[in-house]
Design a protein around this ligand. Structure first.
Ligand SMILES: Nc1ncnc2c1ncn2[C@@H]1O[C@H](COP(=O)(O)OP(=O)(O)OP(=O)(O)O)[C@@H](O)[C@H]1O
Ligand SMILES: [Mg+2]
Length: 157
């Protein structure tokens, strides 16, 4: 079943929470939005510890992308994280100040390098491009609207 895809305006019209972080990986800056999202999920009634762990993981990966690819490490640029819940789904939107991107066309950009190991079996090593792949595996939906906001949603159980 297709899940409803809220955009940032939809989220901001609903009761929501938000946090702003600067574009640096220093001083646990990337962990702050992860913890913020965990607390918001709990607040919205999400009690599943595995889901909380996954949400934190997805948030950290997406904020890292926002800092790296979106804001290009410009410390004057901000990343904003928004959360809301609606119809049994918990939503996270992560906005940077970059030019925007098309998440669907980046989905398959993962570079898989196969290197032969000593016993002759090929081992696959994922290099760049693991982030969106991972997030897609652990969230119920991952999407964007070809701008500078990335979204994911998870069922509240
Ligand atoms: N916020 C963003 N702004 C612009 N481009 C983005 C953004 N987030 C992701 N992308 C694009 O999507 C691609 C895939 O992202 P993904 O997280 O899967 O891999 P990565 O960040 O390149 O590498 P890794 O996460 O494995 O270190 C990126 O290389 C980038 O081109
Ligand atoms: Mg990444």
């Amino acid at each position: 079943m297709e899940l409803r895809r809220l955009n940032l305006e939809d989220i901001q019209r609903l009761p929501h929470k938000s946090i702003e972080v600067v574009s640096t990986f220093e001083e646990n800056n990337v962990n702050i939005p992860g913890n913020f999202v965990d607390a918001s999920f709990l607040n919205a009634g999400g009690r599943n510890p595995e889901a909380i762990h996954d949400l934190k993981r997805a948030t950290i990966e997406t904020v890292a992308n926002a800092i790296k690819h979106g804001n290009q490490f410009d410390i004057n640029k901000k990343v904003n994280v928004f959360t809301t819940s609606s119809n049994g789904l918990f939503y996270v939107a992560i906005q940077d100040q970059g030019l925007g991107f098309d998440l669907d066309s980046c989905r398959d950009s993962a570079v898989e390098k196969y290197i032969p190991c000593s016993i002759g079996i090929h081992t696959d090593i994922l290099c760049e491009g693991k982030g969106i792949k991972l997030i897609t595996d652990i969230m119920d939906d991952v999407y964007n609207f070809c701008d500078n906001v990335a979204y994911f949603s998870k069922r509240i159980k």
